[in-house]
Design a protein around this ligand. Structure first.
Ligand code: NAP
Length: 247
């Protein structure tokens, strides 16, 4: 069975590992956006770069006789997920989304939930604060016009310097992060508040526990709305879905 996996997440990498063991059943192509400079590549066929919108993806599915698509992109990669829903419907290809559950607050958390990055910037207010930004490197524009804060941006790859709010310090690091390390970072940098997307998963969750322990606020950007699709929470369930299709 010909399968296309839209990747870029921990769950996608877990799925590749399982699919590498089932080449008897599945002929898989993994698709990456090309956003990460040194992506972890599977031992499967890999293509890199956009398809050219819904039309391009539909044409690719038809040309490669794809029978099933697994959308294992990030919960904030909604354009790709919406394109997958539309293109699969048009090409009559089965689609499954793999999406890890979002984080939910527990006792002791001091979260401010906001719908988008502009609201996150607004929620910081105008009193100067020391802010740890963990929102990726693309959605930084709203923070340019935020209050006179001290910014520490942690991300995997360095952003275009023009995108950075004035005076931003960069910390290049790739998770997973542990709680002790996160607490040490927050103390060393005298962080007052963390801004994060509600990515979910365990790789970057430790900052939330560290913030709780230190009594720090977290501005939590909720997941954007996305077109509905059949969804499972992890790679194991995605494998079961694929195996049931191939029977
Ligand atoms: P996006 O805004 O939803 O997608 C923008 C465009 O990038 C899509 O329309 C598509 O171009 C192309 N694209 C995205 N994912 C692709 C894939 N797996 N294969 C081929 N083309 C892809 O996505 P994004 O937020 O830029 O994320 C890009 C990638 O980084 C995704 O694979 C995602 O899983 C990963 N990622 C994103 C985040 C995040 O916070 N957004 C975090 C971690 C990892 P065309 O329209 O030309 O097809």
């Amino acid at each position: 069975m010909r399968v296309l996996v839209l990747g870029g997440t921990t769950e996608a990498r877990q799925l590749y590992a399982a699919l590498e063991q089932r080449t008897d059943l599945f002929a898989v192509t993994v698709s990456l956006a090309g956003a990460t400079r040194a992506p972890v590549l599977p031992a499967l066929d890999v293509r890199i770069g956009g398809f050219g919108g819904v039309d391009g993806l539909r044409a690719w599915l038809v040309a490669h006789h794809v029978e099933a698509v697994i959308d294992a992109t990030h919960p904030f990669a909604v354009q790709m997920s919406n394109h997958a829903v539309a293109a699969c419907a048009q090409a009559h290809v089965k689609l499954l989304r793999v999406q890890r559950p979002g984080w939910t607050p527990v006792v002791g958390d001091a979260w401010t939930r906001v719908p988008d990055m502009q609201a996150a910037a607004d929620a910081l207010g105008i009193t100067p604060r020391r802010v740890l930004l963990t929102v990726g490197r693309k959605d930084l524009l709203p923070f340019h016009h935020a209050g006179p804060h001290d910014w520490l941006l942690r991300c995997v790859d360095a952003p275009d310097p023009a995108l950075l709010p004035a005076g931003t310090r960069l910390l290049l690091a790739r998770g997973p992060f542990d709680e002790a390390g996160e607490e040490a970072l927050l103390r060393r940098e005298r962080i007052d508040v963390i801004v994060t997307k509600n990515s979910g998963g365990t790789a970057t969750q430790a900052k939330l526990a560290a913030a709780r322990r230190l009594g720090l606020g977290v501005i939590m950007v909720d997941r954007p709305p996305v077109a509905p699709a059949e969804t499972v929470a992890d790679a194991t369930a995605a494998m079961m879905w694929l195996e049931s299709l191939s029977e």
